[in-house]
Design a protein around this ligand. Structure first.
Ligand SMILES: [Zn+2]
Length: 47
């Protein structure tokens, strides 16, 4: 079953994005724009 995963900003912990994780064993880590931090911050998959 494929579920959406939440990507959370490592700085402000805001949950900014929802994506899909095809490789379920690996945690997603991407640099994306955070409106709260006003810049590109690493977003990590929320467990
Ligand atoms: Zn942020």
């Amino acid at each position: 079953m494929r579920e959406g995963v939440i990507l959370r900003c490592v700085d402000c912990k805001n949950e900014n994005y929802i994506t899909k994780n095809d490789k379920r064993k690996e945690k997603i880590e991407v640099k994306k724009f955070c409106s709260k931090c006003n810049g590109h911050i690493t977003h990590k998959q929320k467990k």
